[in-house]
Design a protein around this ligand. Structure first.
Ligand SMILES: *Cc1c(COP(=O)(O)O)cnc(C)c1O
Length: 494
């Protein structure tokens, strides 16, 4: 009899495993059905691994199981099952620490909401709300009415409407105003945003005919003037959110396009993308066009996102002329693109914060993060360095460093903001070395595998944890506490 067949015979039964304390804990946390299924699957895998013999691609824990009868006992099998249940029960959509230095990171959910917005969204989820109900008259109301007044007040526009996101806003505008007609756009503004949002494709889906004017680097007022004809539906200005054309360039600002559009009776639409509601210069950032400026410049409709610089939930906002907004609201597509009650509640609460710009940095995380000074962040990095170094253990060097953050989500694409963070280097990687990529990517993977994943960025031979968006020191120390104890090597949990 081989060692393996001996082990096979001694393998506990499902019932034996279920009688252990660990299995009882698993049943309490995850239910009997799931626990029994996982215990059975675990036992099956051990059996298969033992039959296949060593080195046959067995799962990591089964090597342990094969190591001796002790570790293949009922308690250790129950513990393995419990770990698997816990891993499977972890939500896929779960909080991470965004230490990438990109404040509005599209892949990490963009804007972090203000407490007021979180509370409003939670209240809207918990009970009935006056969503499309006019509390004064007791009659049916419009869901947009909740933010219409605020948006008018904050942008100076005649009217406003809200949809699912800015891509939806652009689609709705094009479909309403330019279906079966020409939409005139500069060749320098035919953008592609991440996630396959390409202006020419959106135009086609909206039923508008794209009429390109000018060249990639230079477009003049006369290019627009010559393109306007009886079939023109609108002129579209698009904020070149994620790139800059530099050198020998010319573009026509909305302010100069507006008189031409008005004279020829063609609506001018300005897709701002991020579209800030306040002048970011007051926080020391490079200027980004504000929505109020675009409205004042004479755009008939202005579209922008709710979860970029505005710092609210995902939403697409359209402000502008009353008659055009009314047409958008009558388009049946509006119903398909509408915003839900949870985000509408959060959006209203976010917009309300803009009534008091002096306290915005205190209350709105996006603005607070963008406004943080490098010295403040560097002090935080120095304060945190010892605890973070302790969590990593002696094989890893941790150093407070200066770095550069980005705004992200297509706001000020080429500008960076001076920031600071922690440079984490496995000792095997010398400073400034290029070759340590593998070690660094393993380290980055280990941080992503934590129960609260920590997302940094690899730069200059180090994993840099930019602390601009870290509100709470304890959150990072707590997340890193789950790192494998220094000295042991463990595969990152899957
Ligand atoms: C980001 C962006 C969009 C898309 O906005 P979403 O809110 O992501 O749908 C459209 N146009 C421009 C110019 C943008 O920057």
């Amino acid at each position: 009899m081989t060692a393996a067949t001996g082990l096979l015979r001694r393998l506990p039964s499902v019932d034996e495993v279920l009688r252990t304390a660990a299995a009882e804990a698993a049943v309490a946390a995850h239910g009997r059905t799931a626990t029994v299924a996982v215990v059975r699957a675990t036992l099956d895998e051990i059996r298969t691994a033992l039959r296949a013999g060593p080195g046959a691609g067995a799962p990591a824990w089964s090597a342990e199981a094969a190591a001796g009868p002790e570790s293949a006992g009922p308690e250790s099998i129950a513990l393995a099952a419990l770990a698997r249940l816990a891993a499977a029960a972890r939500p896929a959509v779960r909080p991470v620490l965004n230490l990438t230095g990109v404040v509005l990171h599209t892949n990490l959910g963009r804007a972090v909401l203000a407490e007021a917005a979180v509370a409003a969204a939670a209240a809207a989820m918990r009970g009935a709300i006056a969503l499309e109900f006019d509390l004064t008259t007791g009659r049916r109301g419009e869901r947009d009415d909740h933010v219409r007044g605020l948006l008018r007040e904050l942008t100076g526009a005649e009217d406003a409407t809200v949809v699912n996101n800015n891509a939806a806003a652009v689609l709705l505008v094009l479909n309403t105003v330019a279906k079966g007609r020409d939409a005139i756009v500069s060749r320098g503004e035919l953008i592609e945003i991440g996630g396959a949002f390409r202006m020419p494709d959106i135009m086609a889906r909206a039923g508008a005919r794209l009429v390109e004017v000018g060249t990639t680097n230079r477009t003049h007022l006369r290019d627009y003037a010559e393109a306007i004809g009886p079939r023109t539906g609108l002129i579209l200005k698009v904020h070149t959110s994620n790139y800059r054309i530099e050198g020998f360039t010319a573009a026509v600002p909305a302010r100069e396009l507006a008189p031409l559009a008005r004279e020829r009776g063609v609506p001018l639409v300005d897709d701002l993308g991020s579209g800030s509601l306040i002048d970011l210069a007051r926080f020391g950032l490079a200027p980004e066009p504000t929505v109020a400026e675009a409205v004042a410049a004479g755009a008939d409709l202005v579209t922008f996102s709710g979860d970029k610089l505005l710092g609210g939930p995902q939403a697409g906002l359209v402000v502008g002329r009353k008659e055009l907004i009314a047409r958008l609201n009558r388009n049946p597509l509006k119903r398909a693109l509408r915003i839900d009650k949870i985000r509408l509640a959060a959006l209203e609460a976010t917009l309300a914060l803009y009534r008091d710009p002096d306290r915005l940095a205190e209350r709105l995380p996006t603005v607070r993060h963008l406004a943080r000074s490098q010295s403040d962040i560097l002090a935080q990095a120095r304060r945190l360095a010892p605890a973070v170094a302790a969590a990593f253990g002696p094989a890893v060097a941790v150093e407070a460093v200066e770095c550069a953050s980005q705004i992200g989500s297509g706001a000020l694409p080429t500008a960076t903001v001076p920031s600071a963070g922690l440079a984490v280097r496995p000792q095997a990687v010398p400073r400034g070395a290029r070759g340590g990529g593998r070690v660094l990517s393993d380290l980055a993977a280990a941080l992503r595998a934590l129960p609260v994943p920590v997302i940094g960025r690899v730069a200059d031979g180090a994993l840099v944890l930019d602390l601009r968006c870290l509100d709470d020191d304890a959150a990072l120390v707590g997340a890193l506490a789950a790192l494998p104890t220094p000295g042991t090597t463990t595969e990152p949990a899957r």
